[in-house]
Ligand binder design. Structure first.
Ligand SMILES: Nc1ncnc2c1ncn2[C@@H]1O[C@H](COP(=O)(O)OP(=O)(O)OP(=O)(O)O)[C@@H](O)[C@H]1O
Length: 660
């Protein structure tokens, strides 16, 4: 059989048919024109795409090696190579098993092929889809089922898919079509009966089984009907029956023309027989690529005979593994297998296919910006749609956890009543001044500390899911951040209102409508600024523990400069600047102004003979270094701080997203 290529520019048809026959017996030979046109018309809006051929040539992947040396003497080591000049090709309608021992480079290869490389990873080589170099359009073209299932646990199966349908499908898809799509997928993947079941998560009430979650992960990817699908260890953690079902399902999808690459560990013989192609990776090199039957023959030709009734998958991995105690000899043997594969007819067949695809693409004169074509065809959801669905998802989560919400409201109510009871009977006299100022300070602290600390986990706990969805191009940082804020807003208004209403009259604060409304407004503002500060710390640090470590000293300074414990005019200059970022001070001053402005009838029953008698509200304010005319400035300062904290939080989230 003639397998080597004499001339890159001339690939005779007979030779190509032979290659295809050798490479995969079941793959239909696509017509030259048909194949190219299928890709040219591709986009999410064009689900009728026929299929894709994925090729990669001379592909190497590097990561920067760790730096050595002390704090002031860092030396860069050369990059570490994870993949070493690998080439391969997968045709439409093929289910490929990507196998190798742990650390062989399977995930690295799959990430490179799917154009989803982690930050810092350098990819060198040529990866093409139907002859086109891959690019950001891969987000639209391919589906990626990750190994670890990450879902919003409080959603039901149907809600999750509906969310995905709005976030992933073309904006021109009608509501009816989306619903039909979701229902069809539920039915195809056997999830119809679980449609209204909550997904659940590890450590919580588990409501979907591992296999069902995996099928849901497939459903999320299949919504866009991608012709190319990557699956990272889809059977890991599943029982043999569920694992078999998943592989069978992938087989049926491949039978419909999809190209599916799947990493897999220890498949049973029965499961292994469902794969059309096999790629064996070892130490970043390809030890074999071709059909499982050809793999057996290839290993036999190297005197590695798979015993009868032995699972070939186990045999290959065993042969390619490094035996403890005999590392040197095993490494030499494994290297010899890779070297033999490189000069084998199987490798040459792959090379020919790779060159053929490239030749085909070049001869079709695709415009230089061809890689943008799929993007221009697909019209993603509008920002407003993304915002609505993200906010809706967050609201659902809040509503689905009523115990936490109820607890927070009950807690607020309890503290408000306790605080109120402490100040019952407050008179407008000299003792009353201290009582009122103390009560106002409780208004400030109670609406500062607990909300600020309660949001510290908000972003870190959802970060893995956010990163996955962000990296797959589902939405941007801004719309995500904004949706989180909006979802929190009802609670951030309700809680302070409950607090003020429950304690205001018990304490005996001013009962003018203006004073009540302004106190409610300032308390709501206080809680929102505190939460904004918490959000900033939540995005700036990778864990709530770190955030807390920095937030506690900051809080101390805020409280010390709030105006109750020390006269603001006497604070030393070197620490005095903190008052300008202390919303506790602004809030305290604003609430004090509301309570004391235009008060002229304070009874003079001085606590001690030496203490001055404060008859006027303005005197009370002056006593705390507050000034009546500062009220608009205090409110403006709180609004500014609220905005600044959120802007900082947003930029920190962008930075974290880019670094991960
Ligand atoms: N970002 C990275 N920085 C440094 N080393 C990395 C990085 N990513 C992967 N590696 C290393 O590259 C090698 C291949 O990793 P990869 O995750 O691709 O292996 P794998 O075959 O998928 O393994 P497993 O089956 O255990 O998931 C491993 O030794 C891993 O430690």
């Amino acid at each position: 059989m003639l397998l080597h290529q004499e001339d890159d520019d001339e690939v005779p048809c007979v030779q190509m048919q032979r290659i295809n026959g050798l490479f995969s017996g079941k793959t239909p030979q696509l017509e030259k024109g048909a194949e190219m046109s299928s890709l040219r018309g591709y986009g999410k809006w064009a689900p009728d795409v026929e299929g894709v051929t994925l090729t990669w040539h001379d592909l190497s992947v590097y990561v920067p090696a760790e730096k050595e040396g002390g704090l002031f003497r860092k030396q860069s080591k050369p990059h570490k190579r994870l993949l070493n000049s690998v080439s391969g090709a997968v045709k439409p309608g093929t289910l490929v098993a990507l196998m190798g021992s742990s650390g062989a480079g399977k995930s690295t290869l799959m990430n490179a092929l799917a154009h989803r490389n982690p930050v810092g990873v350098v990819v060198d080589g040529d990866i093409r889809v139907n002859g086109r170099p891959i690019g950001p359009y891969m987000n639209n073209l391919c589906g990626y089922v990750p190994q670890e299932d990450l879902f919003v646990r409080d959603l039901t199966v149907k809600e999750h898919l509906t969310f995905m349908a709005w976030m992933r499908l073309d904006r021109r898809t009608s509501r009816f079509e989306r619903r039909r799509h979701v229902l069809d997928l539920l039915s195809i993947l056997g999830l119809s009966e679980r449609a209204d079941t909550r997904i659940g998560a590890t450590g919580h009430e588990k409501v979907l089984s591992g296999g069902e979650k995996k099928r849901l992960a497939f459903a999320s990817e299949l919504l866009t009907d991608p012709p190319l699908l990557f699956c990272d260890e889809p059977t890991t953690g599943l029982d043999s029956f569920s694992a078999q079902k998943i592989v069978q399902m992938m087989g049926s999808m491949a039978a419909q023309g999809k190209t599916i690459v799947c990493t897999i560990h220890q498949p049973s013989s029965e499961m292994f027989s469902l794969f059309h192609e096999l790629i064996l990776l070892v130490d970043g090199r390809i030890a074999f690529m071709g059909t499982p039957n050809n793999a057996v023959t290839f290993f036999e030709s190297l005197n590695y005979r798979c015993p009868e009734n032995y699972n070939p998958a186990d045999f290959f991995i065993h042969t390619l593994s490094v035996t403890p105690g005999d590392e040197e000899r095993s490494r030499v043997a494994v290297k010899a297998i890779c070297d033999q594969y490189t000069v084998s007819e199987h490798a040459r067949a792959v090379d020919l296919l790779v060159h053929y695809e490239r030749h085909l693409a070049e001869s079709c004169e695709i415009p230089s910006d061809h890689h943008r074509a799929p993007r221009t065809k697909f019209k993603g959801p509008l920002l407003s749609t993304q915002f609505f669905w993200l906010a809706y998802r967050s609201f659902l989560c809040v509503l689905r956890d009523p115990a936490v919400q109820k607890l927070r409201i009950v807690q607020k109510l309890g503290i408000a009543i306790m605080a109120g009871l402490c100040y019952v009977g407050t008179q407008l006299d000299q003792r009353g001044i201290q009582a009122i100022q103390g009560a106002l300070f409780i208004f400030v602290t109670e609406n500062t500390f607990s909300p600020m600390y309660s949001v510290l986990a908000l972003f870190p706990q959802e970060f893995p899911l956010f990163m996955r969805e962000y990296k797959s191009g589902l939405y941007g940082v801004g719309v995500y951040y904004l949706s989180k804020l909006i979802a929190m807003l009802p609670g951030l208004v309700l809680e302070p209102v409950v607090f003020v209403v429950a304690s205001y009259w018990l304490i005996g604060l001013r009962t003018t409508l203006y004073a009540i409304l302004m106190t409610v407004f300032i308390t709501v503002m206080t809680m929102n600024v505190s939460t904004a500060c918490g959000c900033f710390f939540s995005t700036a640090f990778e864990s709530p523990t770190f955030a807390m470590a920095y937030l506690v000293p900051f809080d101390f300074l805020l409280m010390a400069t709030s105006g109750l414990f020390i006269k603001l005019s006497t604070i030393p200059v070197y620490i005095g600047w903190v008052r300008y970022v202390s919303w506790m001070m602004y809030s305290n001053e604003a609430m004090s102004i509301v309570q004391w402005q235009d008060v002229h009838n304070i009874t003079c029953n001085s606590i001690s003979k030496d203490a001055p008698c404060l008859r006027e509200g303005s005197q009370v304010l002056r006593n705390y270094s507050f000034a009546e005319e500062n009220l608009p400035f205090d409110i403006l300062a709180m609004i500014t701080l609220y905005t600044c904290f959120h802007v900082l939080g947003y930029f920190c989230l962008i930075k974290r997203a880019k670094l991960n």
